[in-house]
Design a protein. Structure first.
Length: 444
């Protein structure tokens, strides 16, 4: 009953209703584009490409593109080139003073950084486009190519580049005129698109004798527990008390109350795991999307996403990126200055440098377990595979997919709840408020 009333309240608010419908329309457009095959390729002869992307790291690439990779679609390269470009630009902000200056310039600096990110995205696409075409040539039979030659290659690279830039534009439209974070929603929709197929495959595997329905039920119970732990990780906070001094101006009293600063255990959100996955995908891209079976040594070890070395390096990268992204997201110096300006102080801690050191110490302590939990969730698919879960379903058993699903859903619900509360309607929950994640893809 409460759910029905909440849905009615949502559609009573004209602005919120229009934003939701606009978002759904953009998502439908994106999903349709994922099935538009590149001109010059026979869509009826893509079976070998679909088999290549059914599991492993190639399956991860296909999942991030919403299945467009295996469809040889105009959106085949997905949104990952933009993520990679964003990583590079943010790292440049640590090394080069020019980018550091832009980061401090507010909105104008952010626009300039976004412009650099788009330029770098185009450069990455112009490199990945030919690599993707080489993979198509090596995978598909010659009869699958209706067109050929230089014209086909050049036009396909241009179309693939334009496709990813168009997907970026769709994400920005959702952020501006829709509900939720556009880029994050597009990634989430791509992940959800493969979830029913993965569940049906796992169901068929268990029903046909490999463990039976009991094993499937056990998998679902564990999956639900992992989802719950992920939600707790995303929403977990450590509250720091701040006492505001009493001030009397005229006949009015200011301050004299105690408030709390909520410091998130996972302030970086899903960004560290996306950063790490983008870097770990470089070997497969550099070898033209070659299959792990045809490689050996270093290349094979770092293209097997369920192997020991891949999992270990990914976990270490996630821990490192969690500290990195938390450091650029939360500024203890700025927090200490804001408290001092407003007459606030942390009980037992001197204002100024001591407050900065205290906040920095607290963030370091709560970031360590947060980063380790994040790394553990990221490598859960590899653990699940070793315990007999199919490769297809294991991708949703943890890792990037689960964190993105939980984080984006919470963010979107938080925005909807804010619209409801602003219009004096009940929120989505009976008590408390939904807490979103601090980091988002578009924050890059």
């Amino acid at each position: 009953m409460r759910l029905i009333q909440t849905l009615k309240n949502i559609f009573r608010i004209e602005d919120l209703r229009q934003r939701i419908l606009y978002t759904l329309g953009i998502i439908m457009l994106y999903r349709l584009g994922a099935f538009v095959t590149l001109p010059g390729i026979d869509p009826n002869q893509l079976q070998l490409l679909k088999e290549q992307t059914s599991q492993g790291i190639m399956g991860l690439l296909d999942m991030f593109s919403g299945g467009a990779f295996s469809q040889a679609s105009i959106f085949a390269l997905g949104i990952m080139p933009y993520i990679s470009a964003s990583i590079v630009i943010q790292l440049l902000g640590i090394v080069f003073p020019h980018f550091q200056k832009l980061q401090r310039e507010g909105e104008s600096g952010r626009r300039k950084m976004n412009q650099y990110t788009r330029y770098l995205t185009v450069a990455i696409l112009l490199l990945q486009g030919p690599s993707y075409l080489v993979n198509l040539t090596n995978t598909l039979p010659a009869s699958a190519f209706i067109l050929g030659g230089t014209f086909f290659k050049v036009s396909s690279v241009i179309i693939l580049t334009a496709g990813t830039m168009f997907v970026m534009w769709l994400g920005e439209r959702i952020t501006d005129k829709g509900i939720g974070n556009g880029i994050s929603l597009i990634i989430m929709i791509g992940i959800i698109a493969r979830l029913p197929q993965a569940f049906i495959f796992e169901w068929g595997t268990r029903v046909n004798g490999q463990g039976g329905l009991v094993a499937l039920l056990l998998e679902l119970v564990i999956f639900a527990a992992v989802v719950l732990v992920t939600i707790l990780l995303v929403q977990g906070t450590r509250r720091i008390p701040v006492q505001y001094a009493r001030r009397i101006v005229g006949n009015k009293q200011y301050g004299g109350v105690r408030q709390y600063i909520p410091l998130k255990v996972n302030a970086a959100g899903v960004m560290p795991i996306i950063f790490a996955q983008a870097i770990m995908m470089l070997p497969i891209i550099l070898v033209n999307y070659g299959s792990g079976e045809s490689m050996s040594g270093f290349a094979a070890a770092f293209t097997n996403m369920y192997g020991f070395w891949y999992s270990m390096i990914t976990a270490l990268l996630i821990i490192a990126f969690t500290y990195f992204y938390t450091a650029i997201t939360i500024n203890p110096v700025q927090m200490a200055e804001d408290m001092k300006k407003n007459g606030g102080f942390i009980p037992g801690v001197k204002p100024g440098r001591k407050t900065v050191e205290f906040l920095d110490t607290i963030m370091s302590r709560i970031t360590l377990p947060g980063s380790m939990f994040l790394a553990a969730i990221a490598i859960l698919p590899a653990i699940a595979v070793n315990f007999g879960v199919s490769d297809v379903f294991a991708q949703f058993y943890g890792g990037t997919s689960l964190l993105i699903l939980v984080g984006v859903v919470l963010d979107t619900l938080q925005q909807i709840e804010s619209h409801l509360l602003m219009r004096h309607y009940d929120g989505l929950m009976k008590s408390g408020r939904i807490k979103g994640r601090a980091g988002s893809v578009s924050a890059m």
